[in-house]
Write a protein that binds this ligand. Structure first.
Ligand SMILES: Nc1ncnc2c1ncn2[C@@H]1O[C@H](COP(=O)(O)OP(=O)(O)OP(=O)(O)O)[C@@H](O)[C@H]1O
Length: 364
């Protein structure tokens, strides 16, 4: 198990990671570090790898304090955004490099024949069987990342660190490779940390997601719980929620000025977080709105609407409709809250009862 306890990393005056505490349990557990650009994700990863000194706190792996363990002895595999393969080596040559780093418990190198077998096994595992003799220059982005993954796994690392491993790929390939990465990590039983700023990628790849904002971890949760129960407004905003409404929870129902939704939360004050999909067209819904703009997407209508009568006055919010709904700019429509697409911030009540959209209406 990897454990970070209160680690802090500075670059001169910049506090890039602040009091970061997290755990990655053993076996095939995948933790995503998710956060906006510059939030310190790569910094935390580099600290774990030993590439960045920590100013305070501790990092242990399998109970061993890593502070005095040099990078090459940590037995941690690294995969970067662009793979960073050796361009003049073949695919097999790149993996052989990884195998050359492999040591058994007694510190002995792997025998040549075993290296050969393991190289072939790894290439099969990442779906690149038969590619061993190919040069890496001619590989597609997705193929190169598979080879990078095989090379990182070759020495049987105790932990795998992946820094934006899919972000250089186009969307379709990214989805496919995400599935493969997940399968490979699971098959190999290697715990992993994946750095990403892509919500879908984090939700898809990870067992748990740690949200890092301004160098600090705001929440660690399973993907499902993260979107249902963001810890605070900063997390909710980063996850895409755009407006916040005071609510009162009683017997599993949260009531706010726009209606009621079922929630799995204790009685008391709470804040409902509304995203682009939280309001849906419903002919007899409780919310009256004016359509500001509409876009027809393959899965239905996406609207921007103006809602009157909120505690703070008028607010501009997102809403959705089906392929069969019609809504033209200027039209009056009725909407209902969709509790399945609404977040609940369970803790402290908001300081004011205003709806607080982050978007145009908040500033307008
Ligand atoms: N070598 C460095 N010297 C000085 N400042 C740095 C250095 N590396 C990173 N920083 C700063 O530390 C902060 C965190 O950077 P980091 O690269 O860890 O963020 P990130 O979340 O990985 O960002 P991105 O998603 O854009 O890669 C940023 O303010 C960044 O400018």
């Amino acid at each position: 198990m990897l454990r970070l306890t209160g680690i802090t990393v500075r670059y001169g005056d910049t506090l890039a990671a602040h009091d970061v505490t997290l755990e990655v349990p053993g076996e095939a557990h995948v933790l995503a570090l998710l956060g906006p650009s510059g939030s310190g994700k790569t910094t935390v990863l580099r600290a774990v790898a030993g590439l960045e000194p920590i100013a305070s706190g501790s990092i242990t792996l399998g109970g061993e304090d890593l502070s005095a363990v040099p990078v090459h002895k940590r037995r941690i595999g690294l995969v970067f955004q662009d793979g960073q393969l050796f361009p003049h080596k073949s695919v097999a040559g790149n993996i052989a490099y990884g195998l050359g780093l492999a040591r058994d418990e007694a510190g002995r190198r792997m025998p040549r024949a075993a290296q050969h077998d393991r190289g072939a096994e790894l290439l099969e595992m990442v779906g690149m069987g038969g590619f061993g003799d190919r040069g890496v220059a001619g590989l597609s982005g997705g193929e190169a990342q598979r080879v990078a993954l095989a090379r990182a796994l070759a020495p049987r690392p105790r932990l795998l660190l992946l820094d934006e491993p899919l972000s250089a790929l186009d969307r379709g390939l990214r989805d496919r490779l995400a599935t493969d990465v997940r399968d490979i990590v699971t098959t190999h039983q290697t715990p992993a940390i994946v750095v990403t700023h892509d919500h879908d990628e984090a939700a898809f790849l990870a067992d748990r997601i740690a949200v890092l904002i301004d160098g600090h971890i705001h929440q660690i949760a399973a993907p499902r719980d993260l979107w249902r129960r963001p810890a605070d407004r900063a997390v909710a905003r980063f996850l895409g929620f755009e407006a916040f409404l005071d609510a009162d929870v009683r017997h599993g129902v949260a009531r706010c000025v726009l209606g009621a939704v079922g929630v799995d939360a204790p009685d008391g004050p709470a804040v409902l977080a509304l995203g682009q999909h939280s309001l849906a067209i419903a002919p007899h819904g409780p919310v009256a709105a004016t359509v500001l703009s509409r876009v027809m997407m393959p899965d239905g209508l996406r609207l921007r609407v103006a809602v009157e009568g909120l505690p703070g006055g008028r607010a501009e919010l997102g809403a959705v409709g089906t392929l069969h709904d019609s809504a033209e700019p200027g039209q009056q429509i009725r909407l209902g809250l969709d509790g399945r697409r609404t977040g609940l911030i369970a803790s402290a009540p908001a300081r004011s009862s205003r709806a607080e959209p982050d978007g145009v209406a908040a500033r307008g």
